[in-house]
Write a protein that binds this ligand. Structure first.
Ligand code: ADP
Length: 301
């Protein structure tokens, strides 16, 4: 059975409830503070594990982030490849939430940006052809990771989030799967769709630029589109009352990739992923909102 290696970010997210965003020179009292486990890497590892995959997380934290390992382990994610460095700070986000539902985020990459080629080689040596490497864009050395994994025969799945100007320069033609939303697709496909991204134009742009890659383009409440060469499969979203869409894309990615690796056909993997993401958006929170496969099987849509 194929194993997953999710090499990705681990973050401490601290949210502050404030009357308004702090202004230049102002000292503002927050009325509430909460700390959450975060990072797209952590979310996708937990989503993969909850979907039923054997998943190893690799990454870096400082000693201030050891509780993140406990959260991963509680979800059955193997953490033996996470480096705990006493000289680095764990990646963290300071988030201000206002009463009208807006937020602003200050992000410090910290240990997430200290990944080394030696660490990558050491970890990848433990995986074999047929295993799958899952990546997001919150750590450094992504191009090296893609190439080193392909050299060893691993399949590579990449989520280009957060999107930045470096992503189009990555060796993305070597990846097997790219999972992305419309905003990310517009940036990657140079589709020039203006303010109204058109899914058909985005799909055509992506396939033209990366003809070998399998794409999963998620369209929020409008569903998702799978693209590979000439083939297109549309998966509608399941109608639910959404309360918080955080981690919807990561849930979709985790369940889709686990299902594909378990040999499910693409159409069925998309349906499973859409069901899991629909459950996720009915709950608040990130990794904690991801359902387990048992919960998904019990749910009637
Ligand atoms: P991201 O969170 O990465 O921006 P999307 O917003 O595209 O990703 O959502 C990913 C998937 O989650 C969608 O393809 C869909 O299946 C599901 N989803 C998102 N929003 C809703 C919603 N309001 N109702 C039902 N499913 C949703």
């Amino acid at each position: 059975m194929a194993e997953f290696l999710c090499f990705g970010s681990l973050n401490i997210d601290t949210t502050y409830r404030v009357a308004h965003f702090v202004r230049p020179g102002e000292t503002l009292a927050a009325s509430e503070v909460q700390t959450f486990c975060g990072g797209k890497g952590l979310n996708q590892s937990i989503a993969l594990a909850k979907a039923g995959a054997k998943v190893y997380h690799a990454g870096r934290i400082g000693t201030d982030g050891v509780f993140l390992l406990e959260a991963l382990e509680a979800a059955n994610v193997d953490t033996q490849f996470v480096t705990v460095s006493p000289h680095e700070k764990t990646g963290h986000a300071v988030i201000q939430n206002t009463p009208d539902g807006e937020n602003c985020i200050l992000l410090f990459g910290g240990a997430n940006r200290c990944v080394t080629k030696a660490q990558i080689d050491r970890v990848l040596d433990r995986f074999a052809s047929g295993d799958m490497l899952v990546l997001q864009n919150e750590i450094n050395e992504i191009p090296y990771l893609i190439r080193a994994a392909k050299k060893r025969g691993l399949r590579v799945a990449f989520t280009p989030a957060p999107m930045n100007e470096e992503v189009p320069r990555y060796p993305l033609e070597e990846t097997d799967y790219i999972l992305l939303n419309e905003t990310e697709a517009a940036a990657l496909a140079d589709a020039g769709c203006g303010n109204e991204p058109d899914a058909d134009k985005l799909a055509a742009g992506l396939c033209e630029k990366y003809p070998e890659v399998r794409f999963v383009l998620t369209l929020g409440a409008a569903g998702a589109l799978y693209l590979h060469r000439g083939a297109r499969i549309f998966q509608p979203a399941f109608p639910v009352k959404a309360v918080d869409t955080t981690a919807a894309g990561d849930t979709f990615a985790g369940f889709f990739l686990q299902s594909v690796a378990a040999g499910e056909e693409t159409r069925r993997a998309l349906e499973t992923a859409a069901k899991a993401a629909a459950i996720c958006v009915t709950r608040s929170g990130a990794a904690s909102a991801v359902p387990t496969r048992e919960e998904l099987e019990q749910m009637r849509f």
